[in-house]
Design a protein around this ligand. Sequence first.
Ligand SMILES: Nc1ncnc2c1ncn2[C@@H]1O[C@H](COP(=O)(O)OP(=O)(O)O)[C@@H](O)[C@H]1O
Ligand SMILES: [Mg+2]
Length: 286
Amino acid sequence: MSILFEKVSHTYSPDTPFSYAALTDVDLEITEGKMTAIIGATGSGKTTLVQHLNALLLPTSGKLTILERVIEAGVQPKKLKSLRKDVGLVFQFPEYQLFEETILKDIIFGPKNFGVSEEDAIQKAREVMKLVDLDMSYLDKSPLDLSGGQKRRVAIAGILAMEPKVLVLDEPTAGLDPQGSQQMMGLFRKLNKELNKTVLIVTHDMEHVLNYCDEVVVVKDGKIFCKQDVKTFFKQESLCEELNILPPAIVQLRNACLKCGMNLPDDCFTVDELAKAISKQVKHHE
Ligand SMILES: Nc1ncnc2c1ncn2[C@@H]1O[C@H](COP(=O)(O)OP(=O)(O)O)[C@@H](O)[C@H]1O
Ligand SMILES: [Mg+2]
C-alpha cells in the first residue's frame, strides 16, 4: 500500500466564479513495483490526478497516503521536500523546463538542492546519463544543442538523479517519433524491472499500455472509472467501445476474427500467439 487516494477531490479556483471540479471522490490504490498506465480522454483529469502524487496539487477534500506520508485536505503538508525526492514527476514536454547553460548543471541542480555534494552530484549525473543512454560528451553542452527526444531524456535524467522510488510521467512519448517513443518506453521498463521503481505513465497510446504496463487506470470526467490488469481490460471489447478506446492492433485483429466466426482463446496478445491460434483454427476446418 504505497500510494492510496481516499475520496480525493480537487477543485481549481474554489470559491470563485471560475471554480472547476477536476477530480471528484477519487479512491485509488497504486500497486508498488508495478508499471501502471493512466488513460482517459483529454480533460478527464489525468494530469490533475498525477500532480497530487508529489503534492504539486493538494486535495481540496479527501486524503492521500504516498510512501507513508499523509496529505490531507486543509492540512499544511509536512516533509514536502523528501516527498518530492521520492516521487519524481516528469511533466508533459519536460524539455521546456531545461534552463541551465549546460546539461551537467541541469542534472546536478536537483541533487544539490537536496543537499548532495557537488562531487557526488556529478558522479550521479554520469550514472543517469548512462541510464538514459546519452553520451557523456553531452554533459558540457547546452541543452539547446540537443534534439527534442534527447532533451526529454536529459530532463528525465535530472529527475532520476534524485533517485526517486516512484516515477510519474505525464505523456512522456507525446510528439516523439515511433523509434524514439519505443526507446523511451524501453527505458521506463528498465527502471521498473531492473531498478524496481514504481512507474506511472499517463498515455494515449494503447500499444504502450498493452506492451509495457501491468495495470491500467481509466479516468473519466474527474472520476476513476476502473482499475484493472491490462490484459483483463483489453479482453472486454464492449468496455473499450463504451470508453471510446481503440484497442491495440493485435486486440482489434482478434476481435475481428471472432466476428468472422473463429473460435480463439482470449489470451493472445502478441502477433505470435494470435498467428498460432488462427492457424490452429484454420487446420481444424480443413
Ligand atoms: N489550472 C487550472 N485551472 C482551471 N481548470 C483547470 C486547470 N488545469 C486543468 N483544468 C481543467 O481541469 C480538467 C482536467 O484537466 P487535466 O487534469 O489537465 O486533464 P487531462 O490531463 O486528462 O487532459 C480540464 O477540464 C481542465 O480544463
Ligand atoms: Mg494532461
